[in-house]
Design a protein around this ligand. Structure first.
Ligand SMILES: Cc1ncc(COP(=O)(O)O)c(C=O)c1O
Length: 426
């Protein structure tokens, strides 16, 4: 079944108590019916706190990374763990993405349930039950393309044993992960270890070596020079493997790296790929770009270094209401750690919407100082800065841990009209 039709099926889900902040009077409608009502986020029954995703900014970000990838001749497999939202996967694919990146087999199950045909799993998979399921999925659908990492001999042994036991008919395509340096996260630490892994893969018929990959986002004490140096090691490994005939018999060599902090460096180094024995799929995996943010990624985005290539727009705004104003210097909102990303930075107050007349003003003099489970701690400079009933619009830091707190996220136009609801699967 076509991807679009599968994700469209989400529109028939019923709106009820499972979904935070949706209007209580919408109970029992389908998501599609509610979207068709084009309600206003501020006036039409939504309860606080409510997370809004800007329709315009998401569209802008999708289009920008599509043109960026095309301009730099990169294929794009955005990391789906950021949003886990099949409706956004549809739109990423419609905006030219090659496929979607996953981190664990559970992601792959969600993606397959929504018809994703090309999946890059940026991890080793050594779980026999997951490999059994994967083998059946691959055997049942010749058009399903799946690639995952290997970074250890034991991993190869476990994968081979599980795939044999499952009676897998198609080999699983793998790329060798080169670690991003000493003390980095996963990935074989040395080229010698990578060679040993390639030798071991050549001795199995359940696994097929199709390329090399890694994640520059984990380069320790990253500087542009260190990131470029590591990416050049990755490229040299691909060239060496090709020269040694390790990719013989495949029709496409896979070379993959790239989150949302260094895709400029990835584009520069991948542009240096020489002519190899077969075409190279240069696969970028940025995920956080889709919503971008008002903290971590705002500081780290490569577009700060190459502003002439565009700028992402932060798409999230968390609206929470003042529920207590116990002293002139203190106010408390009803959003907390259950609603906002807090692993990298606290939310920041951006605007105040008057609880009296709906006028919106900058959040001058208002500082978020902490988060409890279900409270935002606010320090105010003047007693008149806020009153009970006002709504405060906050910017967030870290897309991944913003999406994961919400199961149905209103997509909202600049004037407050909610045009759709994004279902997430965490
Ligand atoms: C292996 C891997 N690839 C790609 C990404 C995507 O990076 P980002 O979240 O910066 O877009 C991540 C994110 O953690 C990752 O771990």
């Amino acid at each position: 079944m076509a991807v679009e039709r599968l994700a469209d099926g989400l529109a028939s889900e019923r709106v009820d108590h499972r979904f935070k902040a949706l209007p209580p009077d919408a109970e029992g409608r389908t998501v599609g019916e509610l979207a068709a009502e084009r309600r206003n986020l501020f006036r039409d029954g939504f309860t606080t706190p409510v997370l809004a995703l800007s329709a315009e900014s998401v569209e802008h970000n999708l289009a920008l990374m599509e043109s960026y990838s095309a301009h730099h001749h990169l294929a794009f497999a955005p990391h789906g763990k950021t949003s886990m939202a099949p409706q956004l996967f549809d739109r990423q694919l419609a905006h030219g993405a090659w496929g979607i990146t996953a981190a664990v087999p559970t992601h792959v199950r969600v993606y397959r349930a929504y018809g994703i045909q090309r999946i890059f799993l940026a991890n080793e998979v050594v779980d026999a039950a997951a490999l059994r399921w994967l083998a059946a999925e691959l055997d049942a659908d010749p058009d399903f393309r799946f690639i995952c990492y290997v970074d250890s001999l034991r991993g190869i042994e476990l994968m081979d044993a599980a795939l044999r036991a499952a009676g897998a008919r198609r080999p699983v395509d793998v790329v060798i992960e080169l670690g991003a340096g000493d003390g980095a996260r996963t990935g074989a630490r040395t080229e010698d270890e990578c060679r040993a892994l390639a030798d071991a893969l050549a001795g199995t018929d359940t696994l097929r070596l199709v390329g090399v990959a890694g994640y520059e986002g984990e380069v320790p004490d990253a500087t542009p020079e260190r990131v470029l140096a590591w990416l050049r090691r990755l490229l040299a490994l691909a060239v060496e493997f090709d020269g040694a005939g390790r990719f013989a018999g495949i029709d496409e060599i896979v070379l993959s790296a790239g989150g949302s902090a260094w895709f400029d460096a990835v584009a520069d180094v991948f542009a240096e790929v020489p002519e190899l024995s077969t075409p190279v799929l240069k696969l970028l995996r940025s995920g956080a770009y889709i919503s971008h943010d008002d903290g971590h990624y705002r500081h780290l985005t490569p577009f700060n270094r190459v502003p002439e290539e565009g700028a992402l727009q932060p798409a999230f705004r968390l609206w929470a209401q003042v529920v207590s104003r116990p002293s002139p210097g203190q106010a408390f909102l009803n959003a907390g750690k259950r609603d906002a990303a807090y692993d990298l930075d606290l939310p920041t107050a951006q605007v105040v919407r008057s609880g009296r007349d709906g006028t919106v003003r900058p959040a001058a003099g208002i500082t978020v100082t902490g988060l409890s489970d279900q409270h935002t701690w606010i320090a105010t400079e003047a007693a008149g800065d806020l009153e009970v009933g006002d709504w405060v619009g906050m910017g967030l830091s870290h897309p991944c841990t913003s999406f994961d707190k919400w199961q149905l996220i209103p997509l909202v136009e600049a004037d407050g009209t909610v045009t759709d609801y994004l279902r997430t699967f965490f």
